[in-house]
Design a protein around this ligand. Structure first.
Ligand SMILES: [Zn+2]
Length: 293
């Protein structure tokens, strides 16, 4: 936790807003040095307010804040980046809102987390680049894994939860509640674990261990993207439910569009045989992707 002064300047990302009294608004913001804060913007709903245009949802803004007893008071707000391009695309607006809600759910007040600040800013910049050929879903899943790592919920995807042996490219067994994977020899019986294909594990490990500059260049086959996204979604639900919070968010999460339905059959189209998961490359490195339109 950082020491704040009576009057302090901070960069901030607006995560959430709610109306307060006749003309005020309470803002939940995420900052690089002070973590999450609840601040009050007084008179901001009056038509004459000069601050209003600088306090949009998921806008990056520079604030001058005065310490006060209940909520610190925003005395000055200047836009740094309002990500206007992404606001022209409904899917990207939904995605930006979802990423901001994840940050909100996984952070506590006054919990400094500069790497998480860098993560969410990088994600919003990527979404704001409408010319980028990168699928927003790829960004979403990469972001989810890195957010989990930065907030202490990193799933263990490289070594067996029981024997600690390095996992091999066979079908292993994931335990969502325990946040990791068992090798076939150690997998407990019963309904707690489920098989995870080698290709899906490979993609999750790739995203988890690579920076965005690398992950963004590698397209993933649609059905693998879908299965990896589905597992991640259920892992996020498991973590959030254990935290016994964010019930509203969980409800909204269940209505979020997930990965695209698979246009490809699970079997190899050439031979009709089940795909050899150990030898196939789920990362579609050779196929160029089309620009998102
Ligand atoms: Zn094992």
């Amino acid at each position: 936790m950082s020491e704040r002064r009576r009057l302090y300047r901070t960069h901030a990302l607006i995560l959430r807003r709610r109306d307060h009294r006749d003309a005020d608004r309470i803002l939940t913001v995420f900052t690089p040095n002070y973590g999450k804060l609840e601040l009050i913007a007084k008179g901001v709903r009056k038509t004459t307010s000069r601050k209003a245009g600088h306090l949009e949802l998921f806008g990056h803004t520079s604030l001058l804040v005065a310490q006060a007893r209940t909520w610190d008071i925003i005395t000055e707000a200047v836009n740094v980046n309002s990500f206007t391009a992404l606001r022209s695309d409904l899917e990207r607006i939904g995605m930006a809102g979802y990423l901001c809600e994840l940050v909100d759910c996984f952070t506590e007040s006054d919990d400094e987390n500069q790497p998480l600040w860098d993560l969410i800013l990088a994600a919003l910049h990527e979404l704001d680049d409408l010319a980028s050929p990168v699928s927003p879903l790829l960004l979403q899943h990469w972001f989810e894994l890195h957010l989990l790592s930065l907030t202490g919920f990193q799933p263990q995807l490289f070594h067996c939860l029981a024997c600690d042996a390095e996992l091999t490219p066979v079908t292993n067994f994931i335990h969502l509640a325990e946040g990791g994977v068992y090798c076939p020899a150690c997998a407990p019986s019963g309904g707690q674990v489920e098989p995870i294909e080698a290709d899906v594990l490979k993609v999750l490990r790739f995203w988890q261990s690579r920076p965005w500059s690398v992950a963004r260049q590698v397209a993933v086959r649609p059905h693998i993207l879908q299965r990896a996204g589905n597992l991640l979604y259920r892992y996020l639900l498991t973590v959030l439910e254990r935290q016994l919070k964010s019930v509203d968010f969980l409800r909204r999460l269940q209505h979020m569009p997930r990965s695209v339905p698979s246009p490809h059959p699970a079997r190899s189209p050439e031979t009709g045989a089940p795909q050899d998961t150990a030898s196939q490359n789920p990362l579609n490195e050779e196929s160029p992707r089309h620009a998102h339109s």
